[in-house]
Design a protein around this ligand. Structure first.
Ligand code: PBG
Length: 334
C-alpha cells in the first residue's frame, strides 16, 4: 500500500505495540465519543404513554411528556442530539399531519426546545408515517398500476421541513429519497426566512430489509408494493456516490449512508470522495439482531455494540445515529 514502509530488518513485530492497555491506547487510531451519537425517538399523541416496540427491546413510542423525560435523561447522560419521528393521530392520502402547525412532531419540537434548549433536535422529514398507504410519497393509481409521484411529493416535503424548522428544529433530515427534495426543501426554507436551518440528507438510503423492526415502531409499513422505486438497490455503489453528489449540489450540509454495517464501504467512499460531515444510520434490525442474540446469551451485547460503532467511525462516519446511544455512552463512561 502506498506510503506503508515496513522494515524487514530488524524484524518488524507489530505485537510490540499491543503489550499493555496504555500502549494500545497510545496507538489507537479511532475514537468513539458520546458527542458523535444521535438517538432516534418516536413520539405519539397522548399523555403518559410508553408503548413498547415489540421488535426493538428498549425502544418505545412515547407521548410528548414521556419523550421529554426520555430526552432529558439522554441529554444528562451526554447524548447531544435526538432524531425525532412522529406517529400522527390520523393518516390520510395527503399526509396532512406531516406539516400541520400543531402536528405531533411540531408540538414536541416546541416542547423540547423550550425545556431542553441545548439538546439538538433533528427531525425526520418523510411522509410514510403520515400517509394512509404507508409510502414516502404521493401515490397515483392508474391503468398501469400504482406509481409514487415525485414532484407533487416535493411540495409536501418542503412544507413539512418548514413546519419543523418553524417549530424550532435544529436540523431537518429528509429520508424519502424523492429526486430533487434537497433543492426543494432548501429553497422553501430560505424563502421562509429559515436560511440557517441545516439539512442532513439521507443521501444514500437503500431499500433494505434491515428497516423491518422500524416499521413496527413507526407504523409505516407500505400497504402495497415496496419502496424499491425510490430507495436504492443494495447492489449499487457508484449510484450511491451520484446520489450523494446530487444532494450536496442541491444544498445538503451533511450527508448520510443508511443502513450502516452492511454499507461501510460506502461510508468510506462518501467520506473520502466528498469530505462532508458524514452520518451513518445503524438501523432498527442492526439494533434488534444484537438485542435478540444477546438475550439468548449468544453474543456479548456491550462488546458487540461498541465494536460495531467503532467500525462505523473507522469507516469514516462523523455522526452515528443509533438506538443504542444511551447504552453505548454508559459503557464508554465505565
Ligand atoms: C422513513 C424512514 C425509515 C427509516 C428511517 N426513516 C423506514 C423506511 O424507509 O422504510 C428506517 C430506520 C430504521 O430501520 O431504524 N422513510
Amino acid at each position: 500500500m502506498q506510503g506503508h514502509i515496513i522494515p524487514s530488518f530488524p524484524v518488524f513485530r507489530p505485537r510490540r505495540l499491543r503489550q499493555s492497555p496504555a500502549l494500545r491506547r497510545l496507538v489507537s487510531e479511532t475514537q468513539l465519543n458520546p458527542r458523535q451519537l444521535v438517538l432516534p425517538l418516536f413520539v405519539r399523541p397522548g399523555r403518559k404513554v410508553r408503548q413498547p416496540v415489540g421488535a426493538m427491546p428498549g425502544v418505545f413510542q412515547l407521548s410528548p411528556d414521556e419523550l421529554l423525560k426520555e430526552a432529558t435523561e439522554a441529554f444528562r447522560l451526554g447524548v447531544p442530539a435526538i432524531l425525532l419521528f412522529g406517529l400522527p393521530a390520523k393518516k390520510d392520502e395527503r399526509a396532512s399531519e406531516a406539516f400541520a402547525r400543531n402536528g405531533i412532531v411540531q408540538q414536541t419540537v416546541r416542547l423540547l426546545k423550550k425545556e431542553l434548549p441545548e439538546l439538538l433536535v433533528i427531525t425526520d422529514v418523510c411522509l410514510c408515517e403520515y400517509m394512509s398507504h404507508g409510502h414516502c410519497g404521493v401515490v397515483h393509481s392508474g391503468k398501469k398500476g400504482t406509481r409514487i409521484l415525485n414532484d407533487p411529493t416535493l411540495k409536501i416535503l418542503a412544507r413539512t421541513a418548514v413546519s419543523h424548522a418553524e417549530a424550532g428544529a435544529d436540523i431537518v433530515a429528509p429520508s424519502d429519497m424523492m429526486d430533487g427534495r434537497v433543492r426543494a426543501i432548501r429553497a422553501e426554507l430560505d424563502r421562509c426566512g429559515l436560511a440557517d436551518t441545516p439539512i442532513i440528507s439521507y443521501a444514500a438510503k437503500f431499500a433494505s430489509a434491515f428497516y423491518g423492526p422500524f416499521r413496527e415502531a413507526a407504523e409505516s409499513t407500505p400497504q402495497f408494493g415496496d419502496r424499491r422505486s425510490y430507495q436504492m438497490d443494495p447492489a449499487n455503489a457508484e449510484e450511491a456516490l451520484r446520489e450523494v453528489a446530487l444532494d450536496i449540489e442541491e444544498g445538503a450540509d451533511m450527508v448520510m449512508v443508511k443502513p450502516a454495517l452492511a454499507y461501510l464501504d460506502l461510508v468510506w467512499r462518501v467520506k473520502t470522495t466528498f469530505g462532508y460531515p458524514t452520518a451513518v444510520y445503524a438501523v432498527s434490525a442492526e439494533y434488534s439482531m444484537i438485542k435478540a442474540a444477546a438475550a439468548r446469551g449468544w453474543v456479548d451485547e456491550k462488546a458487540i455494540t461498541l465494536e460495531s460503532l467503532l467500525a462505523m467511525r473507522r469507516a469514516g462516519a462523523d455522526i452515528i445515529i443509533t438506538y443504542a446511544a444511551r447504552e453505548a455512552i454508559r459503557w464508554l463512561n465505565e
